[in-house]
Each structure stands twice: as C-alpha cells, then as structure tokens.
Write a protein that binds this ligand. Structure first.
Ligand SMILES: NC(=O)CC[C@H](N)C(=O)O
Length: 274
C-alpha cells in the first residue's frame, strides 16, 4: 500500500509546524515532513512526492502588507531553481492530481490571497476573497464554537456532528468577498463549511465574542468545490488531545481532541485513493 505522506511548510514566520506535523502523524499519516520553503524553491523537496500539503499558522513576513500577502506573491511568482516551472505550477498540479491542501489561520490567509480558495469554477489563481482586520480592532485569542455544514463537500469535516470547539488566535480573521455573486455562489455550493456559532451549534452568529472577528456570514472556514482544499481560521492541530482543552481538569472529556478528525479524514482519504 502507498505510504501516506504529509508535508508541512515552514519558514518566513510560520509557528505551528511542529503541531501540524504531530497532528498528521496522530491522524494516521505514515510520514509528516517539515520542509523549509527554501527547500521547495531550490527543488530539494518536491510537492510531487507528497499527498497532503499543510500551510500552517504564524506571522509570515511579520504580517507586513497584510497577513500572508508577501508569501502569496512569493509562492505565485517564484520559480523552482533549475526547473522551467514556478512553485505555483507544482501546487496546481498537486490539486489536479487529486491531492489535499489544508490551510490553517495564516495558511488560510495564504490560500485565499493566492486565489486558491474559494476557487470557484476550479480557477485556483483568481483572488475573490480576503481575510482582514478583526472587526473589534484587536487580536483575538479564544476558543470558539464552530457549526459544520453537513452538506459541504469538505472531506475534512466528514463525520462531525453539529460542530467543533477549537481555538482561534489572530488579528486578521474577518472573511470578506469581492461581491455579492461570490458570496451567493459559495453559500449555494456549501463551500462555507465552518461558521462561528453559539455553544449549541444551532445557528451562525455575528455576535462578539462568539464570532471573534465579524466575519461575513460568520464564515470561519471554506473549501473548494472538490472538498480537498480547505482553509480555516481556527486551529484543529491545537486540539488533538484532551489536555489542550481549556477546562480539561474540570470536565469529562474524551482522550482525543476534536481537531484530530480533520487529520484523520485526510489520512483516510489518502489511503483510500492513492
Ligand atoms: N495564528 C495565526 O496564524 C495568525 C495569523 C495572522 N498573523 C493574524 O494575526 O491574523
């Protein structure tokens, strides 16, 4: 059987790579390689050798020019040393090959600013959305209830009943789109797979602090039409074990944290399809 291989990109200011790689291993990947972005640009590491690409959280380029904007340009226009291709060509081939990409927080900002989400009509290089400053004007570090859309094509949220409780920590998490048509399309296609909600996961909310950033339609995460590319502001890799929960000493909790399902679903998909 094929070895399920995950790749986590680090460098230029990411800070969640160890947790992301740990979550991949716990979720069932046989290998989780942390590679510096320079290793991809020099051609030492190629996306072609992996199944699951993780773009992690952090402060890429110090959030200068807006979070992840500089890295988005770097990944879109930089060529791979000694090759006729840009790194972005490797990424679009990766998607065309049926592989998986998960962008968390700064990684979500990166995917959106590269144009890879929501990628309506399968156009992965056309920016139609953004993530900008939280409505409250401050960095938010808190845990949020996230309602899952069961009709969403996202493979990562499969099997989640109701919703998940996960931490957010960001200054630029307010999701916006370019026009009403984009919003209508992503809602109609159920690409808006995760929304901030109350504790009962009953309905999306625009109320602060349940919705920590004022995101349009309470959107916390979206996927593309294939369901294989997903980005979200909350951090699933930061809740893979009971002890990461803020009230773990006071509440009866299962051993497994609610975020692990994202990585388990990814590993399962790779094992079934490659
Ligand atoms: N945790 C993160 O990845 C933070 C993302 C980004 N630097 C922000 O503050 O919005």
């Amino acid at each position: 059987m094929t070895k399920a291989k995950a790749l986590v990109i680090t460098g230029n200011g990411t800070n969640c790579e160890t947790e992301a790689a740990h979550a991949c291993k716990l979720g069932g990947f046989d290998e989780a390689r942390i590679a510096h972005i320079a290793e991809l640009l020099t051609g030492e590491v190629s996306l072609d050798d992996y199944h699951f690409l993780n773009l992690t959280g952090g402060f890429l380029d110090g959030d200068d020019l807006g979070s992840a904007k500089a890295q988005a340009n770097r990944l879109r226009y930089a060529t791979v040393e000694g090759k006729e291709e840009r790194l972005v060509d490797q990424i679009t081939r990766f998607i065309a090959d049926g592989k998986l990409i998960l962008g968390v927080c700064n990684g979500f900002q990166l995917l959106v600013k590269m144009g890879m989400l929501p990628a309506l009509g399968g156009n992965y290089l056309n920016q139609t959305a953004t993530l900008t400053y939280n409505e409250c004007g401050r960095f938010q570090d808190r845990w949020c209830y996230l309602k899952v859309d069961p009709a969403s094509p996202s493979l990562y949220t499969r099997g989640i009943e109701g919703g998940v409780y996960l931490p957010v920590r960001h200054g630029e998490g307010k999701f916006l789109v370019d026009d009403a048509k984009t919003l209508e399309a992503i809602e109609a296609k159920h690409l808006t797979c995760l929304k901030y909600s109350g504790k009962d996961y009953a309905a999306p909310t625009m109320e602060f602090p349940e919705n920590p950033n004022g995101s349009l339609n309470a959107i916390a995460g979206i996927c593309d039409e294939t369901g294989r590319v997903m980005g979200l502001m909350p951090h699933p890799e930061a809740f893979v074990h009971r002890t990461q929960h803020p009230r773990w000493t006071r509440e009866e909790l299962p051993e497994e944290g609610a975020g692990l399902i994202f990585f388990k679903n990814a590993a399962k998909y790779v094992k079934e399809n490659f």
